[in-house]
Design a protein around this ligand. Structure first.
Ligand code: URA
Length: 232
């Protein structure tokens, strides 16, 4: 057992759970010479920040862009150790072009503050879907499929030490499972080698106040895990 695993075990954080088959496989870094032109996902998987931002801005690959004001790319420190992943922009985010600036965002900022973090300082926040679904409906599977390569590239570019997946769309996209948040909380997963903690989505917490305590426990778990990673 390597040193980090030993420490995690001592802290009661082991085992590290890895789901084998993410639904959206990360695109291969390089295509074989005999392969045809790179797929859309492969092209996105090679983009740098500027190209990626421009690609999201210009994207029309699902129907959502036609009904929203602007794309909402992501915000924060592009070399952050913490990456938080939500679902999709709501009305305020659509208006301001930044993730989590409405009611759910206020709760998220408070939760971050409670564990000593601030938006933009060693924290990057992104959504699975970059355009607001009309009327705040859930994003459809084809919308998630069209947009998730952008998120996967953001993860690869930020190279965080820890990912906090908030809610079922982040979990489905990064871990490829439909399991409930309740059943996934409190365990350490990995996405592409990066430790990942699951918690409730802040908008869900606004509707289910008693579960706030559980989300708090999840963030404490995440912070403890990060402390271990920083030492290891
Ligand atoms: N909910 C999300 O998942 N993301 C936002 O940016 C706002 C609300």
């Amino acid at each position: 057992m390597n040193r980090r695993r030993e420490i995690l075990k001592e802290m009661g954080l082991a085992p590290i759970w890895v789901l084998r088959e993410p639904r959206i496989a990360p695109a291969r870094a390089a295509a074989a010479p005999e392969a045809g032109p790179p797929s859309r996902a492969e092209r996105i998987a090679r983009m740098g920040w500027d190209e990626l931002k421009a690609a999201v801005k210009d994207c029309r690959d699902c129907g959502l862009r036609a009904g929203c004001t602007q794309t909402v790319f992501g915000v924060g420190d592009e070399r952050a150790e913490w990456l938080l992943v939500g679902e999709a922009p709501g009305a305020e985010e659509d208006r301001l072009g930044e993730p989590f600036v409405g009611q759910a965002g206020k709760l998220l900022d408070n939760m971050l503050a409670a564990i000593g973090l601030r938006r933009g300082e060693n924290v990057y926040i992104a959504n699975v879907v970059k355009c607001r679904p009309p009327g705040n409906r859930n994003p459809a599977p084809e919308e998630v499929a069209a947009c998730s390569p952008y998120l996967l590239r953001q993860v690869a570019l930020v190279r965080p030490k820890l990912i906090v997946a908030m809610g079922r769309f982040a979990v489905q996209t990064l871990l490829g499972t439909d399991a409930s948040i309740a059943s996934l909380r409190g365990r350490l997963f990995r996405y592409g080698g990066v430790p990942l903690v699951v918690t409730y989505h802040p908008a869900y917490l606004l509707r289910n106040l008693p579960d706030k305590a559980k989300a708090w426990a999840d963030l404490v778990f995440a912070r403890r895990t990060m402390a271990t990673l920083a030492r290891g």
